[in-house]
Design a protein around this ligand. Structure first.
Ligand code: GRF
Length: 210
């Protein structure tokens, strides 16, 4: 039976990683986590991985001479772990073609807004300050742009009257946990197929049974 192995890249506290680890251990997500790699030493996400018995690695980006050299080191560690899909779970570095060409259409990101609205950093703050009434989160494949790759799934989150930015951020984060796990489950069931073809301006992503 198909059981994919994910490599997860992190930079922060790791609540999305925790949701993924919990889904694996409960049997909901029929996949394995081969390695969790952080560019930040001591990141909370690393402790969560260790507590679940998942191998970890720390590759501080500042100790590499260029973005490409950092990406080459990431790729080497991920290949060593024999992973098929790369999951960016709060990974705060842009990846170069050196990385993306090693895993074509196999890199999945979560973004805390309904793309193409509010790309880039602090998406929740952008939505809040703009006065959006609905925001949410997006799981997408990573391409060479910033938050521009093909969308796999989205979940809407209301901005409630009287919300503070922090309350909105927390509501979006809970939605991220749900959407990320559900989308990875689809991938593990081979219900997401990326053809590599292009129709019009869009890379083709097909949903449905394998
Ligand atoms: C999430 O909001 C994610 O969308 C963003 O960074 C945050 C990471 O949170 N890119 P956590 O480390 O998973 O708790």
């Amino acid at each position: 039976m198909y059981r994919p192995k994910f490599g997860v890249l992190v930079s922060g506290g790791g609540t999305n990683l925790q949701a993924i680890l919990d889904a694996v251990s409960s049997g909901k997500l029929e996949a394995d986590i081969g390695v969790v790699i952080s560019n930040v030493a001591g990141a909370g996400a690393l402790k969560r991985a260790e507590a679940s018995g998942v191998p970890t690695a720390t590759l501080p980006h500042k100790s590499f001479g260029s973005r490409e050299q950092f990406d080459e080191a990431l790729v080497a560690r991920l290949l060593e772990a024999d992973v098929q899909w790369i999951v960016l779970a709060g990974f705060m570095r842009l990846l170069t073609p050196t990385f993306l060409e090693a895993f074509p259409w196999r890199v999945i990101n979560i973004h805390p807004a309904l793309l193409p609205a509010f790309p880039g950093v602090d998406a929740q703050g952008q939505a809040f300050r703009y006065g959006a009434k609905i925001t949410g989160c997006t799981v997408h494949l990573v391409d060479a742009g910033t938050d521009t790759g093909p969308i796999l799934a989205q979940l809407a989150v209301p901005v409630l009257d009287g919300d503070t930015e922090d309350e909105l951020r927390k509501r979006v984060l809970l939605a991220e946990h749900e959407l990320f796990v559900d989308t990875l489950c689809l991938i593990a069931k081979r219900s997401v197929v990326v053809s590599g073809g292009v129709e019009g301006q869009r890379t083709v992503v097909r949903f449905g049974p394998p």
